[in-house]
Design a protein around this ligand. Structure first.
Ligand code: FAD
Length: 467
């Protein structure tokens, strides 16, 4: 066993939550060690999540736009897809970020200890490294161990044709027939990618709509589009069984109108993620995860044990990188003695599908369930000159405001770049803007961002500066 390392702050996990916390703590003068199993920082997001998926989705959009231009008089040939080059390019994007993070850690003298960490005492961790056990003694710890895909039991895991999101992003090949189990954000993004690359895609979702959790009217344009493009979109349908056969994976469906068992070349299971909290030695800290595996924290990211903090996917939903990073900053600042708390009024969600679907704050479904008195307006992109020029009239921008104060409560945008556009709604919500403020704010014309101001104006009447 090598000499133990002493540090002021130990961060377990090098994902967006962990590295943000580590960098912030170092910037505030703390000595910081990150324990991360892999040789690179960045966690799920940079390596097998947000970034590689968006790199591939960029190609998917490029292919889609090129095909679509044919209807308007500009034709390109059939796309020639070299899957090895596509994979290499995606890997290069990911590697570039890893190099960047390594440099940022070095600059701050944040030490990365590579190995699997486990708490062994309230102020001690043991890390299983390639060279043996490394003991670390710390004053404060931040648990940022993230999450992993749920592997439904009874499926032939171990058969390489059955994939989780990490396998799907590895892009081993382009299957002829691909089934995606789970029509949530991750499933639908991967569906977009494989469809563009030439797979015949089917999606099966247990709920009665795609992207459960988002308002049905926002999801509708996406559903209509993929129903046209994909081989099959099965809602309210369950996968009862997957059997490995030499000629493919045979999938049995259950539900009203469920199709007969069918063979697929590959199946991607994207039915959710679960927190990494099982093997961390939490008991040595006097901590226990809840029945779903989440670690409870207060709004300063402090666990039930005062010198232990937790952030990101391991503390609960939504499991999103921008939540993890913001919580990471809070934890680091609290450790450095600042009086801060995680007090976000909303956390935006985005499906980077085609069209994109983005929403934030109160959804209409929630407003109705909670009996909130709200007013709303929906601006159809069919009335946007810019959307017309892009032939993307299926989009819509929706705004919900408080009936009495007129302040923004929630918003949703479906269409090209919705993920970028939703930030304006976030700002409006955090700043306490009312719909009149938004309508009076001059937006550049012709842009998709105008649709947010149009929706705000629509709450109280007609828009005259249309198109
Ligand atoms: P993670 O990123 O999960 O990092 C945790 C790290 O801890 C891992 O690197 C792990 O190796 C390490 N670790 C865990 N236990 C130990 C241990 N005992 N010892 C050593 N190391 C350990 N979010 C978005 O906001 N936008 C997106 O577009 C988006 N797209 C996604 C696409 C896909 C396909 C997936 C799977 C996820 C996506 N997410 C997206 C979610 C996002 O990746 C996560 O919310 C984010 O990575 C969580 O960050 P984190 O720091 O909590 O943990």
């Amino acid at each position: 066993e090598s000499a133990s390392i002493n540090t002021e702050v130990l961060v377990l996990g090098g994902g967006p939550g962990g590295y943000t916390a580590a960098f912030r703590a170092a910037d505030l003068g703390k000595k910081v060690v990150i324990v991360e199993r892999y040789g690179v920082l960045g966690g799920v997001c940079s390596n097998v999540g947000c970034i590689p998926s968006k790199a591939l989705l960029h190609l998917a959009h490029t292919i889609h736009n090129a095909k679509e231009a044919a209807a308007h008089g500009v034709s390109f040939g059939e796309p020639q897809i070299d899957v090895d080059k596509v994979r290499a390019w995606k890997d290069k994007v990911v590697a570039g970020l890893a190099t960047g993070l390594k440099g940022l850690a070095k600059q701050r003298q944040v030490q990365h200890v590579q190995g699997v960490g486990r708490f062994v005492a309230p102020n001690q961790m043991e890390v299983q490294t390639a060279e043996g056990v490394q003991r670390i003694v710390f004053e404060n710890a931040i648990i940022a161990s993230g999450s992993k895909p749920v592997k439904l039991p009874g499926m032939p895991w171990g058969d390489p044709r059955l994939m989780d999101s990490t396998d799907a992003l590895a892009l081993a090949d382009i299957p002829k027939r691909l089934l995606i189990v789970g029509g949530g954000v991750i499933g639908m993004e991967m569906a977009s990618v494989y469809h563009a690359l030439g797979s015949k895609v089917s999606v099966v979702e247990l709920a009665s709509q795609l992207i459960p959790g988002c308002d049905p009217d926002l999801v509708r344009p996406l559903t209509l589009k993929v129903k046209k493009e994909y081989e099959n979109v099965l809602l309210s349908t369950k996968v009862a069984k997957i059997e490995a056969k030499p000629e493919g994976l045979e999938v049995t469906f259950e539900g009203e109108g469920a199709p007969a068992p069918s063979l697929f070349d590959r199946v991607l299971v994207a039915v959710g993620r679960k927190p990494n909290s099982a093997d961390l030695g939490l008991e040595a800290l006097g901590l226990k995860a809840d029945e779903r595996g989440f670690i409870a924290v207060d709004n300063q990211q402090r666990t039930a044990v005062s010198h232990i903090f937790a952030i990101g996917d391991v503390v609960g939903n939504p499991m999103l990188a921008h939540k993890a990073t913001h919580q990471g900053k809070v934890a680091a600042e609290v450790i450095a003695g600042h009086k801060v708390a995680f007090q976000a009024l909303a956390i935006p969600s985005v499906a980077y599908t085609d069209p994109e679907v983005a929403w934030m704050g109160l959804t209409e479904t929630e407003a109705q369930a909670q009996g909130v008195e709200y007013e709303k307006a929906v601006f159809p992109w069919a009335a946007s000159g810019r959307a017309a020029g892009m032939n993307r009239k299926e989009g819509l921008t929706k705004i919900l405001c408080d009936k009495n104060t007129q302040r923004v409560l929630g918003a949703g945008i479906t269409g090209v770049n919705a993920g970028d556009l939703i930030s304006e709604a976030m700002l409006a919500l955090e700043m306490g803007a009312d719909v009149e403020d938004i309508g009076l704010t001059i937006h550049p014309h012709p842009t998709l961002s105008e649709t947010f101001a149009f929706a705000a104006e629509m709450v109280h009447g007609s828009i005259t500066d249309l198109y």
